[in-house]
Design a protein around this ligand. Structure first.
Ligand code: PLP
Length: 380
């Protein structure tokens, strides 16, 4: 339907062969393939544990549960985020405490705001690495340490992002920067398997509970029982069915092997976008002088005002170019409008009103990108 789509699935024969092999082994549910995916993902991120989950939202849910976040607990989080973290906060009986972004140019959670929002019921800070660009983790980790708060990474945009620690020179993968991190492998993500997710942590106790809670609270999975003489199990907690299956894990392993190359291609495309859009008067291309690296999940630009945004979106769409907007400020959404009076979020609101997300995926051609930029430059 779109001449230039926003994103596309990037598969080759490798993924198809991997699926065929899973069928050949006659085990489709969570099994050896998922265990291998978890190990490879843990090695990639540099963490002790990676626990595969059926999607990123379920990953957030289990992360909150294993940290014992529950009724009355405040979780500080960015208002510029996909709604999953805020919904999950409400699901566990917690209270989202919305922080603003640093600036229109750096739309990640503002550490100064985080510190201001801390109160007696605050238990955790959740960060979201917008578009794959890591948040200011040095500052946020220091705040969490000072106030004894859990640090959760919503890393759903950031598979393969790394963060450089300017103070101690450490270079660390996203997913290894807090107590626990959640990833999504939804169809439009950098590592896409349709539906899927992963939780990473270095904490043995948290990992153990994650593994139990994702299989109904059972002490063993059906794959483990297949290799046990008596097939016995107990249920130690009221768990969920949040399993990932071997078919998707097989795709995930191939996608993980291709990730560095694909993210490198995304980086080249973002560089080309930036070069062509840098002269636009009044428009902002966020993360312009970002000092670190990114997974380059999104290519977002900001219009000078709302009218220019809708005009630009209409023109691009009429010419066959798909656009999106990541995201409306969470408190602008109907289900969260009651938080509107409580939190001053001028930058997140403005960002949500002006942002346009442009097509970005590894196989986007130079000609397609030039064409998108030509339409934008002509219109602005
Ligand atoms: C920032 C962010 N958090 C959470 C999620 C939820 O992930 P999923 O769609 O896999 O449940 C997404 C994905 O859409 C996301 O972009």
């Amino acid at each position: 339907m779109w001449r230039v789509p926003l994103s596309t699935v990037e598969y080759g024969d490798e993924e198809i062969d991997a699926i065929k092999q899973v069928f050949g082994r006659r085990w489709l549910a969570m099994g050896a393939e998922t265990e291998a995916f978890e190990q490879e993902f843990a090695d990639f991120v540099g963490v002790k544990h990676a626990v595969a989950i059926c999607n990123g939202t379920a990953a957030l849910h289990l992360a909150f549960l294993v940290l014992d976040l529950g009724p009355g607990d405040q979780i500080i989080q960015p208002a510029m985020n996909f709604v999953a973290a805020a919904n999950t906060t409400v699901h566990v009986g917690g209270e989202p405490s919305f922080a603003d972004i640093i600036s229109l140019d750096e739309p990640t959670i503002d550490p100064a705001q985080v510190e201001q929002l801390i109160g007696p019921r605050t238990k955790a800070v959740l960060v979201m690495h917008y578009g794959g660009y890591p948040c200011r983790m040095n500052d946020i980790a220091a705040i969490c340490k000072k106030h004894n708060l859990f640090l959760i990474e919503d890393a759903c945009h950031a598979v393969g992002s790394s963060y450089s620690d300017s103070q101690d020179g450490r270079n660390c993968m996203v997913g290894n920067l807090g107590d626990i991190a959640c990833f999504s492998f939804y169809a439009n993500k950098n590592l896409a398997i349709g539906e899927g997710g992963m939780v990473t942590t270095n904490d043995d106790r948290l990992a153990e509970r994650l593994r139990v809670l994702r299989v109904h609270g059972m002490t063993t999975s059906s794959w483990q029982r297949k290799h046990m003489p008596d097939g016995n199990y107990d249920v130690t907690e009221h768990g969920y069915n949040y399993r990932l299956d071997d078919l998707r894990s097989a795709i995930g392993r191939i996608q993980l092997a291709k990730l560095r190359e694909n993210n490198g291609q995304r980086k080249n495309l973002v560089t080309a976008y930036r070069r062509q859009l840098k002269e636009l008067d009044g428009w902002i291309v966020p993360f312009r002088d970002y000092p670190g690296d990114s997974a380059y999940h999104l290519m977002a630009i900001l219009a000078p005002d709302r009218a220019s945004r809708s005009q630009m979106v209409s023109t691009l769409n009429a010419d066959g170019v798909q656009t999106s907007l990541h995201y409306p400020c969470v408190t602008e959404l109907k289900a969260f409008e009651s938080y509107n009076d409580k939190f001053q979020l001028p930058l997140s609101r403005e960002f949500g009103e002006l942002v346009i997300t442009l097509p970005l995926f590894p196989s986007l051609t130079g000609a397609e990108l030039d064409d998108v930029c030509r339409i934008i430059c002509k219109m602005s």
